[in-house]
Each structure stands twice: as structure tokens, then as C-alpha cells.
Design a protein around this ligand. Structure first.
Ligand code: GDP
Ligand code: MG
Length: 221
């Protein structure tokens, strides 16, 4: 079993979108994929992200058929805020998040985990979203925005990961599909990075997808 943590440079950048696309892409590689959204805030009637993720997962993994959106989350809160602020009664227990992770591992060979917000989103007064990554021993994918301000957000997220020695892959979600990215962001990435990928390219990157397949095979041996 291995896991991949999907984070982003901020909220609303495309973590859920990316995770759903990855569920489909890994499934076409024959990987038995599962999904986990440890904490979702802004949940009044039902957890929207967990619901979308579960529906995508159920299409490719029968072991998720009997689960509800609440089965693939550890905590949900009504307030649209960071978990720390949304968790008014201070109920978050990190061990409970790990327990759910361990439980969901049983249903898949690769567990995709969608974070909440960005990396430095607080869960408790001494635990941040980024701290879940080593706890899960997960590989990491950082999804970057393509809008104005994203260079700064991307570099800061990378620094946070590097400062904790967390290896990661990253990609740019060309969500807005406008020309401004070519002018206001791409020139810097071309100059600064020896290589970088869009999400679209990553989803077709068979080396990336198959690297998880090999890991799974190794695990099963
Ligand atoms: P998150 O908060 O990081 O999980 O962001 P979401 O994945 O929920 O994305 C925010 C909104 O933008 C949602 O309505 C998505 O469907 C939409 N979205 C994100 N990325 C893309 C993209 O690449 N293409 C399209 N068409 N919509 C996107
Ligand atoms: Mg989301």
C-alpha cells in the first residue's frame, strides 16, 4: 500500500479536481485506488468534496461501494474555515485521522489523500496540514494555481516542503485556460526550473502513473 497526498498552493486551486482526475488515471493503469479527505470544513448537509471523491472512486473500486462520504472523512465542520478555527470545541485528535487512514488502506493499493486548503493550514495549535504527510508516509503532489500571485505561493509552498525534507512532485493547474499565464507566470517557471509540468501533462505522464504501480507491486511482493 502506498499513498499520495494532494495539496495545493491555496484553497480553491483544484485539489478535488486533480484528485478525481488522478483516480481515473491511476485506475486506467490497473491500480486499485482509494480516496480519503481527512478533514472537510463548510459541511452543512453533507461533505461535498468527500461526496465527489467517493463517487469517482466507486466507479473504479468496488470496495468503496458500501461507504458513505462520512466514511472517507475523519472530521467535518460546518464553518468554512481552517480546521483549527472550524473545530470550535477542539475535538480534532490526530490519532483519529491516522486510524481512518489505516482503515481505508485496507480497501486499496494506492490511497489518494486530499488535504484541506494549503500546507500551512492549522489543524490544532501545534499541527498543520503539512504535518500529516510524514505521518502517512505519503508521496506528495503540490498543485499550483495559474493566476496572478501564484509564483509567490508556489515557491513558498515548495520551501515549506523542502524545510521538512518532504520530497514532492508539482504541477500547474491551467484552470483558467487564458493567455495571461503565458505572459505573467510561465516565463519565470521556464527560467527557474529545469522542468515543470501542467496538470494536464502530468495526467498523461505514464512514468508518474506507473511509478505508483511499481511501488504497489513491490509492496505486494
Ligand atoms: P480545491 O479547493 O483545491 O479542492 O479546488 P477544487 O478542485 O474544488 O476547484 C475549485 C473549482 O474550480 C471547482 O468548481 C472545480 O470544478 C473547478 N476547477 C478546478 N480546476 C479545474 C480545471 O482544471 N478545469 C476546470 N474546468 N475546472 C476546474
Ligand atoms: Mg477540495
Amino acid at each position: 500500500m502506498s499513498s499520495l497526498f494532494i495539496t495545493a498552493t491555496n484553497t480553491n486551486v483544484g485539489k478535488t479536481y486533480t484528485t478525481i482526475k488522478l483516480i481515473e488515471a491511476f485506475a486506467t493503469q490497473g491500480i486499485k485506488v482509494g480516496v480519503y479527505k481527512p478533514i472537510e470544513t463548510g459541511v452543512v448537509d453533507f461533505p461535498a468534496d468527500a461526496n465527489m471523491l467517493l463517487q469517482a472512486c466507486q466507479k473504479v473500486n468496488p470496495k468503496f461501494h458500501q461507504l458513505t462520504p462520512y466514511d472517507i472523512t475523519a472530521y467535518t465542520f460546518p464553518l468554512v474555515a481552517s480546521p483549527f478555527c472550524a473545530d470550535i470545541d477542539k475535538t480534532i485528535n490526530i490519532q483519529q485521522i491516522v486510524n481512518k487512514y489505516t482503515q481505508l488502506q485496507n480497501y486499496c493499493d494506492l490511497l489518494l489523500i486530499e488535504g484541506a486548503g494549503g500546507l500551512m493550514v492549522p489543524l490544532t495549535d501545534d499541527y498543520f496540514m503539512i504535518d500529516l504527510i510524514p505521518l502517512f508516509k505519503a508521496q506528495t503532489l503540490l498543485v499550483a494555481s495559474d493566476t496572478l500571485g501564484s509564483i509567490n505561493d508556489t515557491l513558498l509552498s515548495m520551501q515549506a516542503l523542502q524545510s521538512r525534507n518532504i520530497a514532492f512532485k508539482w504541477c500547474v493547474n491551467r484552470r483558467t485556460q487564458n493567455d495571461t499565464f503565458e505572459q505573467i507566470t510561465k516565463p519565470f517557471y521556464d527560467a527557474y526550473f529545469t522542468q515543470w509540468q501542467t496538470l494536464e501533462a502530468l495526467l498523461k505522464d505514464s512514468l508518474f502513473l506507473k511509478s505508483h504501480l511499481h511501488k504497489n507491486k513491490k509492496f505486494m511482493l
